[in-house]
Write a protein that binds this ligand. Structure first.
Ligand SMILES: *[C@@H]1O[C@H](CO)[C@@H](O)[C@H](O)[C@H]1NC(C)=O
Length: 250
């Protein structure tokens, strides 16, 4: 009886005590993702487009274009789907009037990713081959960094060149906006010593580590969760206002 009771109490706490909305575990995030593809017949492209558009929309709210001296945004993309979200965000940011540049050192061989790169190139987005080791160089050339290196599937330690990139990003002074999770953090426990983003855009649902987020802005984006998944996983998430692509988590 006791273990079951503690589990129920724990779930209840996780869902309702600190904040009114739900945080999901890594396993829950993976299962929801799988179900969106299998039971709900979403394609990766669709979810990536919603995520990237949502991130760009949240950036527009947190860092209005006209508040940025240069409007130069550096989008750092990892090897997986989180990096794909970044490539989509870079394109929408360009459409919103920012000058996005992309750092994408380990390019996926999948056609979808190749297509996203071609789209960026056709929107005249610069690809930077190396991330400067000196954070001052990033501070000087950009107003904002989008961190889409690793997403909710991340476990263990970052490998080169991402380990070095994370070390650099930890030392930059300009704001960092993390996509879904701050890269390098444990998806549930967070990371006291890790990246300290100024903003976090949770994709579809906030992951447990978002409880340790101490930056200024936390948004939810990617309007993709069907009502049945909401009730099955007991997700309590805010309503998106009207046709907005993101909603602030107060
Ligand atoms: C856009 O950003 C790149 C990389 O920082 C820079 O070289 C370029 O001059 C910028 N373009 C504009 C129009 O500001």
């Amino acid at each position: 009886m006791l273990p079951l009771f503690s589990f129920v109490l724990f779930s209840y706490r996780r869902r309702t005590m600190s904040r009114p909305w739900t945080y999901v575990t890594q396993r829950e995030a993976q299962k929801i993702d799988e179900e969106l593809f299998s039971d709900y017949q979403y394609s990766v492209d669709q979810l990536m487009e919603l995520a990237g558009l949502g991130v760009a929309s949240a950036v527009l709210k947190c860092y209005p274009r006209d508040d940025l001296p240069s409007r130069n945004v550096l989008v750092c993309c990892g090897p997986g789907n989180n990096g794909g979200d970044g490539l989509v965000a870079a394109r929408h940011l360009k459409l919103f009037g920012y000058n996005s540049s992309v750092y994408y050192p380990k390019r996926s061989e999948k056609q979808l990713f190749k297509n996203l790169v071609v789209q960026c190139e056709n929107f005249r987005i610069d690809f930077v081959n190396d991330l400067p080791e000196n954070p001052d160089e990033i501070n000087r050339n950009f107003d904002l960094v989008i961190d889409s290196l690793f997403g909710f599937g991340f476990k263990g330690d970052a490998r080169p060149p991402f380990s070095a990139a994370l070390d650099t990003l930890k030392r930059v002074k300009i704001p960092i906006c993390s996509v879904d999770v701050p890269s390098g953090w444990d998806i549930e426990a967070g990371d006291e010593e890790g990246l300290k983003p100024d903003s976090l855009v949770s994709i579809a649902s906030p992951k447990l580590c978002a409880r340790s987020f101490r930056g200024r802005y936390h948004y939810l984006a990617a309007r993709s969760i069907p009502p049945e998944i909401k009730s099955k996983y007991g997700l309590n998430l805010p309503q998106y206002p009207g046709s907005e692509q993101c909603v602030k988590l107060e």
